[in-house]
Write a protein that binds this ligand. Structure first.
Ligand SMILES: [Zn+2]
Length: 230
């Protein structure tokens, strides 16, 4: 069986060779990023990089410094139907939070509105969250938070407009899974923090204890083509 699998994998690799998602260099084993592209990605250092918005949460974990590689991967995840970057990011996030969150923490992804999720086919934050859960062993509750109204895209909105845009957009619909719990809320990228803060408010209203948030990157505010498309 093992041999059959190896032959099948080799045949598949011959027809569809694995290549780096950024530079398209061929990869010998599994798809993902080549070493050179990984070298271009800088780990977010909270000592050096500021998060430029007011925070309503207890702790923030950002994976990477924003750059062109991260932009391409997030774009592929959100707009090109490619879920692999989400799995890579989620795995990295799961490893990063091992010593940062309490062992009884529950992972909650930032939800998309149902119509948006239908048209995209998936929620990218959920893809990240599930991989984070697999690696960390923490439970993932995907339907605890709900986006109760669709919100126009935020790409052209300023800081205050974004806050107004997402005000009251989220509700906790499974309070039993939130009340008294430590929560790790996951989003893809954070720009003004408006979406996360609106989610945190809903989680706190439902009795969440400690709310940490995690994201892949935190683009500068003028990177509006990558700001949260919600
Ligand atoms: Zn590459």
């Amino acid at each position: 069986m093992q041999i059959v699998w190896k032959i099948w994998k080799a045949a598949l690799n011959f027809v569809y060779p694995s290549s780096c998602m950024i530079c398209k260099a061929s990869l010998p084993d599994s798809p993902g990023l080549c070493d050179l592209c990984w070298d271009d990605i800088e780990i977010w250092d909270s000592e050096r990089h500021e998060v430029g918005f007011e925070r309503d949460f207890d702790q923030i974990v950002v994976l990477y410094q924003f750059n062109d590689c991260i932009r391409s991967l997030i774009h592929a995840l959100k707009y090109q139907g490619k879920t692999l970057p989400g799995q890579i990011f989620g795995k990295a996030l799961g490893q990063r939070i091992a010593d940062l969150v309490e062992p009884d923490t529950v992972i909650v992804p930032v939800p998309l509105h149902a119509a948006k999720k239908r048209s995209r086919g998936y929620n990218q934050s959920e893809i990240i969250a599930r991989a984070t859960g697999r690696v960390s062993g923490l439970p993932v509750v995907t339907n605890a938070l709900k986006r109760v109204r669709p919100t126009p895209t935020q790409t052209q909105l300023g800081v205050l407009e974004r806050e107004y845009n997402v005000q009251g957009a989220f509700q906790v619909c499974r309070s039993a899974s939130i009340e008294g719990q430590n929560i790790f809320l996951i989003d893809d990228v954070i720009t003004t923090g408006a979406t996360l803060n609106a989610c945190v408010l809903a989680l706190r209203s439902a009795g969440a204890q400690c709310v940490s948030v995690g994201a892949v990157a935190c683009p500068p505010l003028d990177e509006d083509d990558l700001s949260q498309d919600v």
